[in-house]
Design a protein around this ligand. Structure first.
Ligand SMILES: [Zn+2]
Length: 354
């Protein structure tokens, strides 16, 4: 016969097993929220999505080196989100502030699927690229898959439809359908960008009425190619400001066309967050809040978003690496955005998706 002590032990163990799910930041497959974590990697990018079915998608992985600073910030965020594996690891493009830790992460946690724009043999701007690509290939066990425009990530469906579609890749863009872009005429072409930035994979997420756009480091002329003369994206609720907020990206023809309600900029203290981009954001018609991972230490306070929307105020040295988190309601009709896991949530309602 089982003793009372044994049964008590079972109760304690079961409590321990289920206790993590009681915490809202760990319970996506229980509470059916969609969470997006903008991890501070000091001017690189690392964006983690945890879907309502509990699947994880990491777009980019920050810088290598620095004592594994960025890898460890990503692992901590995964742990805090109750994830023991990464279901999908995406590389937007082949610059080290974006794929710096894919291989290092693969030594620490299982990564089920690797996605990228295709691996070139060489990269004009990086003579050491072949060795870096070899490390990535080895981590992916030569099973990384190429994303093309129009592809969707294979994610489990829940009660509210969720899609993550590729809007740009390798300089290709979605077919130019949709209504005419009223801001098409503001596009003034810049010199063509031969770097891999222009080849970035852009992910376009829809979850009920909620939408999110993350374009990696896509640059000016390809941004215009995507949304002129017509805008196939429509309005976007949450926009990750492109390319750390640099002014060779964030063409107003795109930013004003998608008319985001909330923006998150993954800048560093001295990288990105450009004055011109700040001005473009200020002129977005429906903008309610602009978040930044870092204060741009080279701009005056009045030239950037108010301090309450900035996650980290100082220089990289000694930085705590606070993240920004967006959490979308299970029906996809509203969401909150906060600075840090313990910050005050700012609430937003989605416009009805067309
Ligand atoms: Zn970058």
């Amino acid at each position: 016969m089982r003793s009372l002590r044994f049964r008590l032990l079972c109760l304690v163990l079961a409590g321990g097993l289920f206790a993590p799910f009681a915490h809202s930041t760990r319970a996506d497959e229980i509470n059916h929220r969609l969470d997006i974590y903008f991890i501070d990697v000091e001017g690189g990018a690392a964006t983690l999505l945890v879907t309502p079915e509990g699947e994880s998608v990491l777009m980019d992985s920050g810088y290598p080196d620095n004592g594994y600073r960025d890898r460890d910030r990503i692992l901590k965020t995964l742990r805090d989100a109750g994830r023991k594996q990464l279901d999908h690891a995406v590389v937007s493009h082949w610059h080290l502030d974006h794929f710096g830790n894919h291989a290092a992460l693969a030594s620490e946690i299982p990564i089920r699927n690797f996605w990228d724009r295709g691996i070139p043999d060489t990269l004009m701007e990086d003579a050491q690229f072949p060795e870096k690509a070899a490390r990535y290939r080895a981590a992916a066990q030569n099973r990384s898959r190429t994303l093309k425009v129009g592809d969707t990530l294979p994610l489990k469906a829940g009660g509210t439809p969720l899609t993550v579609k590729v809007a740009t890749a390798s300089r290709d863009v979605l077919p130019n359908s949709g209504p005419a872009n009223p801001h098409a005429a503001v596009h003034k072409p810049q010199a063509d960008d031969p770097s891999d930035n222009a080849a970035s994979v852009s992910l376009w997420l829809k979850f009920g009425d909620f939408s999110f756009l993350c374009c990696g480091d896509l640059t000016w002329n390809v941004e215009a190619k995507l949304v002129t003369p017509n805008n196939p994206l429509g309005q976007i609720e949450l926009f990750m400001v492109t390319h750390h907020g640099l002014n060779v990206s964030n063409n107003p023809a795109l930013v004003w066309a998608i008319d985001p309600r909330v923006t998150v900029m993954c800048n560093g203290p001295t990288k990105g967050g450009a004055k011109e981009t700040q001005e473009t954001l200020r002129k977005v018609k429906s903008l309610q809040a602009a978040f930044q991972l870092h204060r741009n230490v080279q701009l005056a306070d009045g030239e950037q978003t108010p301090a309450e929307f900035i996650a980290n105020g100082g220089q990289t040295e000694g930085c705590q690496g606070r993240l920004i988190k967006a959490s979308i309601a299970p029906d996809g009709k509203s969401y909150t955005v906060q600075v840090g896991l313990d910050g005050k949530p700012h609430a937003f309602n989605c416009r009805p998706a067309k």
